[in-house]
Design a protein around this ligand. Structure first.
Ligand code: FAD
Length: 597
């Protein structure tokens, strides 16, 4: 196959390949020669889903833990939909009478995860899922609602469990089971908030984590042997300055979600404050540093370089999403992979009837099964179809979709988005006239609709695997089109999925030889994980809990080994791999190293 010379890069192994992160090359020094401002077993950089899970896990194992966050903590997780993808028989699934097993969950999820992690790791993710859900509830997050039985992109108030991915699509491989676990506390009108992470942060604080806020980690500190022994951060202090920092960072993070243009102004003020008032501080980590600083979707330089096709989508994240966690790992010899992978969201349900219509591009051709999860639609739309998305319906389908577009079936925020899209609808008496209004070749659109109708009648298989039960014929005029292309009508948003390559057993950041970098771990969107190929609602937070706990546990083991002076040459603890402890570190390929045994 001919290689595409114009394809954007997808990996980075040098700091200068990651512009705009504000990360500097590491400081190399003996631990004894550094003036430390504090000393801990485990330092967690970033307090989102991954960071808080790492911190709690390490605290539960008796470690002295600090989190360092550039802002107040919570990160993008605190502005998210608070959905965690969990299954395999969670306590909530059981309470609501849902049958599921780790095997069933694996059979469904492998379609999304593909080769982002090894099958063994995906299996472990599914087996651990009920336990990870218990971990979350044991630390205070609540799920008191009922089951939402239909497909939707986000359930109405009062529901805690729903089909948040493609469970109703992959029915040949897996029994459909709802796995979107929505935490209590999201307000009735919205779809975003700290419902998931708020209680976890409180729990970590109760358990004794040392909070170090308003501190941007700008470089790692390594000893001459190449072990990560601490971090340097730029810290904003002072009553009034600290207060302004908190206000601007909070306003910027809300604005980016609800009205992105306003966020830029707040960020500018915030950066000026950081530039003029921050002072360097240094903290020592005896066991390890866990990089959990999120993704890079708000880093303009990196998104232009790695995600050029996603530029017109709304960058969904918070101010910390600059790729700093990824760059810190690369600065110590780590590798960033899948930087060209992102998930774009183009939700068309509610109203429940829109997925029964046909989506075409400006060539008048379909490109996706419209019944699939909105991130499948959005990602194909941005990555392969120039951001073009036109929903084509006939009169009965358009009218029935309007009839069920109400606040009984939708949250205010999703209802408002759909209403706004409806206002832009174009109609024409015939398909040919509609195509002309849309500047689409009429013959192509007519053929596309004829093929669609034949598949809806069950006369031929749909090329995108859409089942007749998910389709409605488009045959009775007038015909309607809603242009949902990027930048038109409704909002298409995007988050980054690439990150540091880590050992799938321990979460240790791997160097270019596939060896763990001693004392350095990564989790959440700073790392490659189960959500790094494709996203369904809740998968990123679930990955944060899974990978955060893994990194936290292994950083503690390393601290315990340090206390007894029993590090392996690769810096991995004896407790985890006793048989290999005395052997010299063997160079492995990255693929070998990331596999679980
Ligand atoms: C609107 C919206 C809705 C979403 N809904 C869902 C959902 O319902 N379910 C789901 O699974 N996913 C959802 N996502 C995606 C998901 O929220 C994120 O992918 C996930 O929360 C990332 O978690 P994290 O722990 O990796 O990073 P974050 O939660 O972003 O935390 C990273 C932290 O690191 C800090 N940080 C960054 N740089 C530094 C530095 N240099 N020094 C110190 N600290 C630093 C940041 O301030 C931040 O607090 C949503 C995203 C958005 C934007």
């Amino acid at each position: 196959m001919a290689s595409d010379n114009n394809a954007p890069p997808t990996r980075a192994t040098q700091l200068d390949q990651l512009p705009g992160t504000g990360v500097e090359p590491p400081l190399v020094a003996d631990a004894g020669s550094v003036n430390w401002d504090g000393e801990f077993d485990v330092i967690v950089v970033g307090l989102g889903a991954a960071g808080v899970s790492a911190a709690i896990e390490a605290l539960d194992q008796g470690a002295r833990v600090a989190f360092i966050d550039r802002f107040e903590g919570g990160g993008t997780t605190a502005r998210s939909g608070s959905v965690m993808y969990a299954g395999g028989g969670t306590a909530l699934q059981k309470r609501l009478g849902v049958n599921d097993s780790p095997e069933n969950m694996f059979n469904c999820l492998r379609h999304e995860v593909q080769d982002a992690v090894s099958p063994g790791t995906l299996r472990k993710f599914c087996e651990d899922s009920p336990g990870n859900f218990d971990f979350v509830t044991a630390n205070g997050t609540r799920y008191s609602g009922t089951l939402f039985p239909n497909k939707t992109s986000y359930p109405v108030h009062g529901h805690s469990l729903y089909y948040s991915g493609n469970e109703l699509i992959y029915t040949q491989d897996a029994e459909p089971a709802p796995r979107g676990h929505l935490a209590d506390g999201i307000k009735r009108f919205t779809a975003f908030g700290p419902a998931f992470i708020g209680p976890l942060i409180k729990s970590a604080l109760r358990k004794g984590v040392t909070p170090i806020r308003k501190s941007r980690v700008n470089r790692l500190i390594l000893n001459p042997a190449g072990e990560v022994i601490g971090v340097e951060a730029q810290q904003v202090r002072g009553g009034w300055t600290g207060f302004k920092h908190k206000v601007f960072s909070t306003l910027a993070s809300y604005a980016q979600i609800y009205f992105a243009p306003a966020a830029k102004g707040y960020r500018k003020k915030l950066f000026a404050l950081e530039q003029h008032c921050a002072k360097p501080v240094r903290y020592r980590a005896k066991g390890g540093v866990v990089l959990a600083a999120g993704g890079f979707i708000l880093n303009k330089d990196m998104t232009e370089q790695y995600l050029p096709k996603f530029q017109r989508a709304l960058k969904l994240g918070t101010t910390g999403d600059t790729g700093a966690g990824i760059a810190l790992g690369v600065s110590a010899g780590g590798m960033a992979e899948r930087l060209g992978t992102a998930t774009a969201w183009r939700f068309i349900n509610p109203p429940v009837d829109w997925p029964k219509a046909a989506i075409v591009n400006l060539q008048g051709k379909r490109y996706v099964n419209e019944a699939m999860y909105g991130a499948v639609i959005g990602t194909r739309m941005m990555a392969e179809n120039n951001g073009e998305c036109i929903l084509v319906m006939d009169k009965p389908l358009f009218e029935s979709s309007l009839a069920n577009l109400n606040l009984k079936h939708s949250r205010f925020v999703t209802w408002m988005q759909a209403k706004t899209a409806v206002r832009t609808a174009k109609s024409a008496a015939t398909l040919e006239a509609l195509a002309q209004r849309l500047k689409i070749n009429p013959q192509t659109l007519q053929q596309t609709v004829a093929d669609y109708n034949a598949a809806a009648r069950g006369e031929q298989a749909d090329p995108f695997g859409k089942q007749p039960g998910d389709m409605k014929e488009i045959r009775q005029g007038p015909f309607y089109a809603i242009n949902m292309s990027a930048g038109k009508g409704d909002i298409t948003s995007v988050i980054s999925l690439g990150g540091l390559q880590v050992c799938e057993q321990t979460g240790a950041v791997l160097n270019q030889n596939g060896e763990p970098i001693p004392g350095l771990f990564a989790a959440g969107r700073s790392a490659i994980g189960v959500a790094s190929n494709a996203y369904v609602s809740g998968l990123s937070i679930a990955d944060g809990v899974f990978s955060g706990r893994r990194a936290g546990a292994h950083a503690v083991q390393r601290a315990q080994s340090a206390a007894t002076g029993r590090h392996t040459s690769a810096g991995q603890p004896h407790a985890h791999a006793p048989a290999q402890a005395e052997a010299p570190a063997q160079a492995q390929s990255p693929a070998q190293a990331r596999q679980p045994a």
